[in-house]
Design a protein around this ligand. Structure first.
Ligand code: AKB
Length: 319
């Protein structure tokens, strides 16, 4: 029997993962938790909601014990841009939260899924077709916490046998909950502005390639890896995964196929541009394909059609 606790579940990934997991494993098997006092109205409020601060290890342990949790999907974290604005807080929450979750998992014998990121790479990493195992010397606090987190997850598996799994997510594009404080967020905001205003001012410069993925593929990745046969996994966590890599002009050109008058200009933010410049252009995800069958569905073309259709259905903009 699987009982899943999702931390940070009201964020960009958790909002959709909660529903996808309830659909797959049963509504009563998935506990949505977040630091927010109340769960917003809507489908997500139809299952169990727990207020949970990942900086409180006793509260995590109590929630795990109360619901007889077997798997913790730990999503609560600060993203890259907000992490550069508040580095001490990013270290505290990203490392502290993960450490508490791993400790509870060790004691309660639960499995853990937690995402790393393309941010775990840095300027010394090969930028094109970045290998699974390569140089990792990130220059952002978010990246530092992601590399340290990957190592900590390996350690809890090697030392204590905790079944910890994870992927390195690229920028995630979705239409349910907005991302909060990442560098890749431009690739979400552009769709909203295209529909509302017919234009977008990008804070990321032309020619800056980053890996990206549409949310349905990201959700599939989490569930497929969680269900994968452990005997096949040589890398347990921090699998490179990607679905596409593009730069702002390519994304704008794709949007223009649907909204012909769409215009984009630039007001580059040096902080987020610096972060983007320190990340790879494109990842090699062959190890994930080999070890657990990673196989994304969405391309830039199919994602763009679906994003615009979904946002229009929600009444965003009038184009
Ligand atoms: C961010 O931009 O910080 C995140 C990430 C790539 O981890 N979307």
């Amino acid at each position: 029997m699987t009982k899943i606790l999702i931390t940070g579940a009201l964020g960009q990934i958790g909002t959709e993962l909660t529903l996808a997991m309830r659909e797959r494993y049963g509504a009563s098997e998935v506990i949505c938790s977040d630091i927010k006092d109340t769960c917003p109205e809507g489908p997500i409020s139809e299952g169990v909601y727990e207020v949970l601060d990942v900086m409180n290890p006793q509260a995590i342990a109590a929630t795990v014990s109360k619901h007889k949790v077997t798997h913790i999907v730990h999503l609560a974290a600060l993203l890259s841009a907000v992490g550069e604005a508040h580095p001490a807080r990013a270290w505290e929450i990203n490392m502290g939260g993960l450490f508490h979750v791993l400790e509870v998992a060790r004691e309660a014998k639960t499995a853990v899924f937690t995402p790393s990121s393309i941010a775990a790479f840095g300027p010394g990493t090969p930028v094109d077709n970045t290998p699974q195992d390569t140089i990792q010397r990130p220059t952002t606090m978010y990246g530092v916490t992601k590399v340290a987190g990957e190592l900590l997850c390996d350690y809890y598996h090697l030392k204590f046998g905790v079944d910890v799994r994870g992927v390195r997510f690229p920028g995630l594009i979705s239409h349910e909950a907005l991302p909060g404080g990442g560098t890749t967020d431009y690739a979400v905001h552009i769709y909203y502005d295209a529909l509302k205003k017919g234009s977008y001012t990008s804070y990321i410069a032309a020619g800056t390639y980053m890996d990206m993925m549409y949310m349905p593929d990201a959700l599939q990745a989490i569930m497929t890896l969680l269900e994968a046969d452990a005997a096949r996994l040589k890398h347990r966590n921090a699998f490179n995964i990607t679905a596409m890599a593009f730069e702002p002009e390519e994304l704008a050109a794709e949007i223009r196929k649907h909204i012909p008058g769409f215009v984009m200009d630039y007001d580059v933010d040096p902080i987020r541009q610096g972060i983007a410049d320190s990340w790879p252009n494109s990842l090699d995800d062959s190890v994930a394909r080999e070890e657990w069958g990673w196989n994304p569905v969405y391309t830039l073309e199919t994602m763009t059609s679906d994003m615009l259709k979904q946002l229009k259905n929600k009444g965003i903009g009038n184009r």
